[in-house]
Design a binder for this molecule. Structure first.
Ligand SMILES: C[S@@+](CC[C@H](N)C(=O)[O-])C[C@H]1O[C@@H](n2cnc3c(N)ncnc32)[C@H](O)[C@@H]1O
Length: 247
C-alpha cells in the first residue's frame, strides 16, 4: 500500500473515533496557546483537527516518508522523524500529548508512555485515544468469524500485540501515571453500503495478504460480500482509551 492508501485507512479509523475524541478533548481545557504533540502521527490524519485548536501542533513518526506525505497535505505541521522511545523534546514541553492506534504496534508500550509523560508538563494530559483488543473481537456470521481469525493471525505476524486494549490501564500505571481513566469506544452498526464494504475490505485484504494468496482472499471477499449484502454482518473489536493527567 502506498501512503495515499495508508492515509485513507487512517482517515477511516479517525472517523470511528471522532465523537470519542471530541468528548475527551472537552475534558481538557486546551486553547490557542496550547502545545500539542501526537506520537506516531502517521500521515497526519488527526493532526490537522488540532490546528483548529492551536497553532502549536507537533507530530513525530519514525516513518520519514509518512511525515513527508503529511506535510504535502497540511503544510503547517511541525513534523519530526523520531522514535516514540526517544522523543526529541525537553521535559515538560507540551500541554497535551496523545497517540491513536500506536501502542498496539510497540514491543515496549510502557517505555513510549513514559516518554509521553516526560515531555508533558505537570497538569497537562496524556491520552491514548484508541487501542483495540483483537483477542476479544466478535465477528458474525460464520464467514466473518473465519476472516477475523485469519486477520488476527496476520496482524500478530506483523508484530501487533493483539490484547493491548485490555492492558491499557496496566500500561499507563506501569509508566507512572496515577490519575487515570480508562474507557471504551462505543459501537453503532448501520445497514452497510457498498462504499463502506469496499473501504473496510481494503484494510482486511491488506492484512490477509500477509498470510493468504490473492485467490483465497478473493474467495473470502465474495462470501463476505454476500453476507454483508444481507445486512446481518457484524464486526466488533473492543477499542479502549485512556486519559491521564500528569501529576
Ligand atoms: C496505525 S498508524 C496510526 C497513525 C496515526 N496515529 C493515525 O491514527 O492516523 C501507527 C503509526 O505509528 C508509527 N510508529 C510505530 N512505531 C513507532 C515508533 N516506535 N516510533 C514512532 N512511530 C512509530 C507508524 O509508523 C505508523 O505511522
Amino acid at each position: 500500500m502506498d501512503n495515499q492508501a495508508w492515509h485513507q485507512r487512517f482517515v477511516l479509523q479517525s472517523l470511528w473515533t471522532k465523537q470519542l475524541r471530541n468528548y475527551l478533548l472537552n475534558q481538557i481545557n486546551l486553547d490557542s496557546n496550547s502545545k500539542i504533540l501526537e506520537v506516531g502521527s502517521g500521515t497526519g490524519a488527526l493532526l490537522s483537527e488540532n490546528l483548529a485548536i492551536s497553532q502549536h501542533v507537533f507530530g513525530i513518526d519514525f516513518d520519514h516518508a509518512r511525515n513527508i506525505y503529511a506535510k504535502t497535505l497540511v503544510f503547517d505541521l511541525n513534523l519530526s522523524t523520531a522514535d516514540a522511545y526517544q522523543l526529541p523534546f525537553p521535559n515538560n514541553s507540551f500541554d497535551f500529548c496523545f497517540c491513536h492506534y500506536l501502542l498496539l504496534w510497540l514491543k515496549h508500550p510502557t517505555d513510549a508512555l513514559k516518554e509521553m509523560r516526560r515531555v508533558t508538563r505537570q497538569g497537562g494530559f496524556v491520552i491514548a485515544f484508541a487501542e483495540p483488543d483483537y483477542d476479544a473481537r466478535i465477528d458474525y456470521p460464520e464467514i466473518f468469524k473465519e476472516i477475523g481469525t485469519k486477520q488476527n493471525k496476520s496482524l500478530k505476524e506483523q508484530g501487533i500485540q493483539l490484547n493491548t486494549g485490555r492492558r491499557l490501564k496496566e500500561l499507563f500505571l506501569a509508566a507512572g501515571f496515577t490519575s487515570l481513566t480508562m474507557g471504551m469506544l462505543s459501537g453503532e452498526w448501520k445497514i452497510p453500503n457498498q462504499q463502506t464494504f469496499d473501504l473496510e475490505w481494503e484494510i482486511i485484504s491488506y492484512d490477509l495478504s500477509k498470510t493468504l494468496s490473492q485467490e483465497a482472499i478473493s474467495t473470502l471477499e465474495h462470501q463476505a460480500h454476500l453476507a454483508y449484502g444481507q445486512g446481518t454482518a457484524l464486526t466488533f473489536i473492543p477499542t479502549f482509551y485512556a486519559i491521564a493527567e500528569v501529576m
